[in-house]
Design a protein around this ligand. Structure first.
Ligand code: SF4
Length: 80
């Protein structure tokens, strides 16, 4: 585990639950993982980490890979 991840990951709710919920098989439900993320105290740290590292698998900060791709595809500063 790298230092950036180590700072907050141990405080995540997923550290106390089944990690498979956060890395479901293709087509598997992500509802349980996303629900847990909603109440996680390090959710923003987790999402920031996933966006910064381009995580391509699993639920991070309550988001799926596709949701993270949409977040990073949006232009900065908004439309005029
Ligand atoms: S936001 Fe979700 S995936 Fe991230 S640490 Fe918390 S429970 Fe785990």
């Amino acid at each position: 585990m790298n230092a950036a991840l180590a700072k907050w990951a141990a405080h995540g709710l997923c550290a106390q639950t089944d990690p498979d919920e956060f890395f479901p098989d293709k087509g598997g439900s992500v509802a349980t993982a996303k629900r847990l993320c909603l109440g996680c105290e390090v959710r923003q740290d987790c999402l920031d980490y996933a966006l910064a590292t381009g995580e391509q698998h699993g639920i991070w900060g309550g988001t799926t890979v596709r949701e993270r791709q949409r977040l990073t595809a949006q232009p900065l500063g908004g439309a005029a």
